[in-house]
Design a protein around this ligand. Structure first.
Ligand code: UD1
Ligand code: CA
Length: 424
């Protein structure tokens, strides 16, 4: 059945204490909302992002990056149920399913969402909510079940009795519903509760009252629904995401010498037998080949492709660059907006000067196969170094260099015999 998503992102995010809207805060240079949208993109045909607080910024982000998503303004923000009701005009004749998620929950996995939907379908459910068990359930809505263990309703922390607060099964805030069955609920929700809000959670009780098939899917790995409300949560989520990524890479044959000091974004692929040395930080989307050595203390900043058998050593920063196989940049270098061929050696302290601060233009450095760059060289882009070029140490390269030439810019060495003795 067709699935469309609704992603709630209109709330204030007060606890972040930030001028940036909460859902645009980043983990490994990717926004929280970006994670959620990426996780649904193989599942849904269209995504509605509910915006309110900082609506312009969130809308701009969505329009720029996600063709499949449409933002819908919720103003004022009267609660999560009210937020979802904003899509009703867009889905008047829609007969498919709606998957509801929060924009501040970046750790949910695509495969979990698929299992959740499969469960919903296998139960012939009209409405399924995701739940999980928390040892400390404070602040979450509690799942209240009947004596026969079927779902009854969800009660929010602020409305809960002491007995209800003791319940450890919580609402994860993710729902799938058969739209034509549940749609009428959105015009019948009331704000008769402690927060005076229209709660989305009330659709459970509404479904039960209307004799619909309502179920809960219990998520085993509760980490996945970890929500971001504060900077501490952001750091914790980064850690969870990192550990998950490193263990996936190790399972696939990558050596991580020190998982405690290594940071690798979810969107980075690494080939088998590559070794990642300590204190390496890899953010954004990257592809690293097989049998490479990365770090210690390397920084890959995104849009980096490194083929097999390369070495990116200590204090080397690489950004927006392609590096072909068997190329080495061992020490203290910056490679930005570059295309490097195979079998290149980049000497220590080489800089591709890609940015002109006056024109604000970024330019490309191209090096063909077998180029050798002497230490402490600056290549002022745009520049192309053709096949086999050698550059003498300490040079500043400002032009294209033809194949197999030696290029060097260097004041001639003077040796003044006994100069020191005579000076005294
Ligand atoms: C909500 C659930 C709670 C659940 C928890 C899981 C309700 C009433 N409660 O609580 O049962 O355990 O999520 O994380 O649904 N938002 C809007 N418009 C609004 C209000 C909120 O778009 O008018 C968005 C927020 O930006 C946020 C999401 O909805 O992304 C959830 O809102 P939030 O206020 O954080 O709800 P919780 O108190 O966490
Ligand atoms: Ca929340």
């Amino acid at each position: 059945m067709e699935i469309k998503s609704v992603i709630l992102a209109a709330g204030k995010g007060t606890r972040m204490k930030s001028d940036t809207p909460k859902v645009l805060h980043k983990i490994f240079e990717k926004t929280l909302l970006g994670y959620v949208l990426d996780n649904v993109k193989n599942i849904t045909t269209e995504d509605f992002v509910i915006v309110g607080h900082h609506a312009e910024e969130v809308t701009e982000f969505v329009n720029k990056n996600y063709n499949n998503a449409k933002t819908v303004l919720q103003s004022p923000q009267l609660g999560t149920g009210h937020a979802v009701s904003m899509v009703c005009p867009y889905l008047e004749n829609y007969k498919g399913q709606v998957l509801i998620l929060c924009g501040d929950t970046p750790l949910i996995k695509e495969e979990t969402l698929k299992a959740f939907i499969e469960y919903h379908n296998s139960k012939n459910s009209d409405l399924t909510v995701m739940s999980t068990i928390f040892e400390n359930p404070t602040n979450y809505g509690r799942i209240i079940r009947d004596t026969d263990n079927t779902l009854k309703y969800i009660v929010e922390e602020k409305d809960a009795t002491q007995a209800q607060k003791a319940v450890k099964e919580v609402n994860a805030g993710i729902y799938i519903l058969n739209w034509d069955k549940i749609k009428p609920a959105f015009s019948q929700l009331t704000s008769n509760n402690a927060q005076g809000e229209y709660y989305l959670t009330d659709i459970i009780a509404w479904g039960k009252k209307n004799n619909l098939n309502v179920n809960a899917f219990i998520l085993e790995n509760s980490d996945e629904i970890y929500g971001i409300n504060s900077r501490k949560n952001l750091a914790e989520a980064t850690k969870i995401m990192n550990i998950r990524k490193l263990s996936e890479l190790m399972d696939n044959g990558v050596t991580i010498v020190d998982p405690d000091s290594t940071w690798i974004s979810e969107d980075t692929e690494v080939g088998a037998d590559t070794i990642i040395y300590p204190a390496t930080y890899i953010e954004g989307k990257n592809k690293i080949g097989k049998n490479c050595k990365i770090g210690p203390c390397a920084h890959l900043r995104g849009n980096v492709e490194i083929a097999d058998n390369c070495k990116i050593g200590n204090f080397v920063e690489v950004k927006n660059s392609k590096i072909n196989h068997s190329t080495n940049a061992g020490h203290l270098s910056y490679i930005g907006d570059s295309e490097l061929g195979a079998n290149i050696n980049i000497g220590a302290g080489t800089i591709t000067a890609n940015y002109n601060p006056i024109t604000k233009v970024k330019s490309k450095t191209i090096m063909k196969d077998h180029v050798k760059i002497g230490s402490n060289t600056v290549i002022v882009a745009p520049a192309t170094l053709e096949e086999g070029v050698n550059v003498g140490a300490g040079s500043v390269i400002t032009k294209d260099i033809p194949s197999w030439a030696l290029a060097l810019t260097r004041a001639p060495l003077k040796i003044l015999t006994d100069w020191v003795k005579k000076a005294n």
